[in-house]
Ligand binder design. Structure first.
Ligand SMILES: Cc1ncc(COP(=O)(O)O)c(C=O)c1O
Length: 420
């Protein structure tokens, strides 16, 4: 099943709502998200991990539009955050502070203070230095900080190098070699300003093979059981995110095999479990809509120049990511390959390369599918291009989550010094 399907006249819709109509109302380029799809994905993930009673924290880094967070909060989502800004978003969208987990290698004293002041559920610490900082901030505030240690289990997730996080060569987590994680855990257990919450692991993103998860989770269990055997309290294991989606089909993700794996490994382990999926909830429930500006026939290539660009969706050029690109109008036969490119002055500014496309002309409208995760959140105003607006379709109604930025708002943030 997909949130994006064609109506009786073969025009592309999002949950039956005309995408042409949304572009006419809200302009182009435009991000659109399916409320029903987001709810479906989240509840499917919850159901898959229900046998181990896991708490599911949506990774806000994938899509942090307040409307999206609020919708998922209604389904019971907590939040996995990586900055004080995302903490502010989680709270503003109605997620209880106790349901927020704060990940990331570089939390500042101010970030930690904000998290503890809010009453955050868990800080995932990634180094001995960070543990010391958390302890000092908690002591100064007269509170006890709930801390889990994120371990680095040295597992290759087999995904793109830029989103692989579980190896020794990556900056993430505390090494499980030489018992570094174990001795640090013992020290937080003894620290009066820290309440030990357990361990966390996250080996990367867009992982479509279960084997790396199995290796990482087995290594995590090993460390956790060792800590327990030495008499330490390890209440929770946070299994991170990373579940991949099918970017070719842009359809709903089936979480049953992942659910079966965690059930097999953890069902009778006695640990409370947490999860941090981001991409798997949001990616295939969003699209970036764009309009053709020109079609330019190069010497040996057709360039379809559209009004969305790498500043709106950087994944194709940053991660060599594939996003299906389809017409909103009824599909026609291909007339050959084309590069779908934006107006930004970079050769790396493309949304798709060598795609079979029909005849296209200025004004035609396209949907770049599977753009609901790591899309709008990574947008920039490079080339002083105002980032696209975002719309959520829910129960047949379109809600403008964020209007497209204006030139005025971009320029208003800046000042020109008074030069002598
Ligand atoms: C600590 C942590 N948790 C969760 C996620 C979400 O990953 P994904 O979107 O692949 O589920 C990430 C993303 O890299 C992360 O760094």
């Amino acid at each position: 099943m997909s949130a994006f399907y064609r109506d009786a006249h073969n025009h592309l819709t999002i949950d039956g709502v005309s995408l042409d109509g949304l572009m006419a109302e809200f302009g182009s380029p435009l991000y659109v998200y399916s409320g029903a799809g987001l709810e479906r994905a989240f509840t499917a993930f919850q159901a898959a991990v229900a046998p181990v009673s896991g708490k599911v924290h949506f990774a806000l880094k994938a899509n942090s539009a307040l409307g999206v967070i609020a919708l998922l909060a209604r389904c019971g989502a907590g939040a996995d955050i990586v900055s004080a800004g995302e903490l502010a978003r989680a709270l503003a969208a109605g997620i209880a502070a106790g349901d927020v987990v704060f990940s990331g290698v570089g939390k500042t004293a101010a970030d930690i203070r904000a998290a503890l002041a809010a009453g955050i559920g868990q800080l995932n610490a990634e180094s001995a230095e960070e543990v010391a900082q958390i302890s000092a901030v908690a002591a100064a505030m007269g509170v006890v900080a709930p801390v889990a240690l994120r371990v680095n289990v040295d597992v290759d997730a087999g995904t793109h190098a830029k989103i692989s996080t579980g190896q020794r060569s990556n900056k993430f987590g505390i090494s499980t070699d030489q018992r570094e994680a174990a001795s640090l855990y013992a020290s937080i257990d003894a620290d009066p300003h820290i309440k030990p919450m357990g361990l966390a692991v996250h080996i990367g993103s867009q992982i479509c093979d279960l084997a790396p998860f199995e290796r990482a989770y087995a290594a995590l269990l090993d460390v956790a059981n060792g800590l327990r055997a030495s008499g330490l309290d390890v209440p929770c294991l946070d299994l991170g995110g990373g579940v991949g989606v099918d970017y070719q089909q842009a359809s709903d993700t089936d979480f049953s095999a992942y659910g079966a794996l965690v059930t097999r490994l953890f069902k009778d382990s006695g640990f409370a479990l947490g999860f941090e999926p981001g991409r798997a909830i949001a990616a295939n429930n969003g699209a970036l809509l764009t309009e053709v500006i020109y079609v330019k026939q190069g010497d040996n290539k057709r360039f379809v120049i559209v009004d969305a660009a790498m500043n709106d969706l950087i994944r194709p050029t940053l991660y060599d990511a594939y996003h299906p690109i389809v017409t909103l109008a009824p599909p026609q036969n291909t007339i050959g390959k084309a590069d779908i490119v934006g107006p930004v002055c970079e050769t790396g500014d493309y949304l798709g390369l060598d795609r079979d496309m029909p005849t296209l002309a200025a004004g035609d409208k396209l949907a770049v599918l599977s753009a609901g995760a790591y899309g709008a959140v990574m947008a920039s105003s490079y080339n002083t291009r105002p980032p696209a607006g975002e719309v959520l379709v829910h129960d047949g109604k379109a809600h403008l989550l964020r209007p497209a930025r204006s030139f005025d708002s971009l320029l208003a943030e800046e000042t020109i010094p008074v030069f002598d």
